[in-house]
Design a protein. Structure first.
Length: 490
């Protein structure tokens, strides 16, 4: 069958200034699985091509697909755009089967199907599920309903599907029709790759650990050969879509040694637990030789309602000295920190973050996804119900528009206070020539600053609009004084 995999355009993300759309890894992996099954695959990425809804539908219709598969890398924030696309495709393509997969539709399948435009919801890990679905569609409509992990209006409860054990079996085929030349970041051709899946923690706000289930990993040899293949295809910047790839130190160090052997000047931007960087303080030279350039570190606060019973481990006292060694080894650091759900942090929390001496600080907002325990507890506090804003940059919980705007202002104030000293320190270090990755650091700082400026500009406009429409209290009418008769004294 001819399967067209579509990414809808996501114009609402403020970070698009700094980070343009990247390779949709999920689409690549699903498409690779379909190719191995003998199906024809076409990727239509409306996001990277900046296609309007109408243009995306027109291109899809011209391809004459046997089935349409929709997904997006932005989870909940991309869901409204995906549903609009499905509605338009249904009008133009009639009875062509439309499937929709990803994190958000997995947990909202009944609502997605009730809208009437999507025929199949592909739940959890889509590589094997989608191939079973398409194989069933090739045999006839009834065969598709029996595919494990697939929900439809005829089958509202999906048959259970086991997690993929051998990730190498579903590794991407990068020679496929992905048009890799379209994807760039920081002036370099880029790619998104994944070494492992799953998470041993159970943070109550996280919407992904239940999706991926158990932690699994690729073989070192397979992953290293994939990086080598992409390097030969021209990629120089790699985003590691996996914050737990460093979970096992022995495996991680062996992986770094393999990456060092194929390093042709590539840059790896990775998400890691700060405790793992502290653990590997003696191996930071190997980090850099393997190509690691930017480390994005999660550092949660004290909000137990967010962290649940198994939070990310904290080691604040050691982190500052280790980040100094990270800088000396030629790498930069970014600390991602969740704002408290109340919106107001304690001064000692900001002092603790500032003392880490990271290059950049990124504030995130707790987002109450309905399928998480945190989302279920906070369901009555939701103010911002526009799902396209549920991107961890925009606050969702508030009692009024005034409180919602105040939370946004506090987040920007926090970023300014935290980033201004480190930006000045980084600029001074670059002037003195003490930062080896100065060009990449400078580009990152510039574009991160542009995201901040854009978000502040949008916030100013929203605040002025709110103030212009805020109802002013009416002056109370004074009761009319009684008429007094004129008394003429004798």
């Amino acid at each position: 069958m001819k399967c067209v995999l579509i990414v809808p355009r996501l114009p609402s993300l403020s970070t698009r200034i700094a980070f343009p759309p990247q390779v949709p890894l999920g689409h690549v992996m699903v498409g690779s699985s379909l190719m191995r099954g003998g199906h024809e695959v076409v990727l239509l990425d409306g996001d990277v091509r900046k296609l309007s809804l109408r243009s995306t539908v027109r291109h899809a219709k011209d391809l004459q697909p046997d089935c349409i598969l929709i997904g997006h890398p932005a989870s909940t924030a991309g869901h409204p755009h995906a549903m609009q696309l499905a509605q338009s495709l249904r009008r133009e393509l009639g009875s062509t089967p439309i499937g929709y997969g990803g994190l958000h539709p997995t947990y909202h399948a009944s609502e997605v199907l009730a809208a009437g435009d999507v025929d199949f919801v592909i739940t959890h890990e889509a590589e094997r599920v989608t191939r079973d679905l398409v194989d069933g569609l090739a045999k006839g409509p009834q065969g598709a309903f029996k595919a494990p992990g697939v929900m439809s209006r005829q089958q509202l409860i999906a048959q259970p599907t086991e997690p993929i054990v051998d990730l190498d079996e579903f590794r991407p085929i990068w020679s496929g029709p992905w048009q890799l030349h379209r994807y760039r970041a920081h002036g370099m051709r880029s790619a998104v790759v994944q070494f492992s899946r799953g998470c041993p923690r159970r943070c109550s706000y996280c919407g992904q650990w239940d999706f991926w289930k158990t932690w699994r990993h690729r073989t070192v040899e397979s992953f290293v050969s994939e990086i080598d293949e992409l390097s030969r295809l021209g990629a120089r910047l790699f985003w590691i879509a996996d914050e737990n790839w460093s979970l096992r130190q022995d495996l991680f160090l062996r992986l770094l040694e393999g990456l060092r052997s194929v390093n042709r000047g590539h840059h790896l931007i990775v998400a890691m637990e700060s405790a793992h960087v502290i653990r590997d303080a003696a191996h930071l030279k190997l980090y850099r030789e393997a190509g690691l350039t930017q480390l994005m570190l999660g550092l949660d606060g004290e909000d137990k309602d967010l962290l649940g019973s198994n939070p990310k481990r904290r080691a604040d006292g050691q982190l500052a000295s280790v980040l100094d060694k990270v800088h000396a080894a030629g790498m930069t650091s970014i600390i991602n920190h969740f704002m408290p759900a109340s919106g107001a942090g304690r001064p000692e929390d900001w002092d603790r973050l500032r003392a880490c001496r990271a290059d950049f600080y990124n504030t995130l907002q707790p987002t109450p996804h309905r399928w998480t325990s945190y989302g279920q507890r906070a369901s009555g506090q939701i103010y911002n119900r526009d799902l396209s804003n549920w991107d961890y940059r925009m606050p969702v919980l508030a009692r009024s528009r005034g409180e919602w705007l105040a939370k946004r202002w506090r987040a920007k104030e926090t970023e300014l206070r935290l980033n201004a000293p480190s930006a000045l320190r980084a600029a001074w270090a670059m002037v003195r020539g003490r930062r080896p990755p100065a060009p990449l650091l400078a580009r990152s700082a510039f574009w991160a600053g542009m995201v901040f400026v854009r978000e502040v500009a949008v916030l100013i406009a929203a605040t002025l609009t709110w103030l212009a429409t805020y109802p002013c209290p009416r002056a109370r009418k004074q009761p009319a004084s009684p008429k007094r008769s004129l008394v003429v004294l004798p």
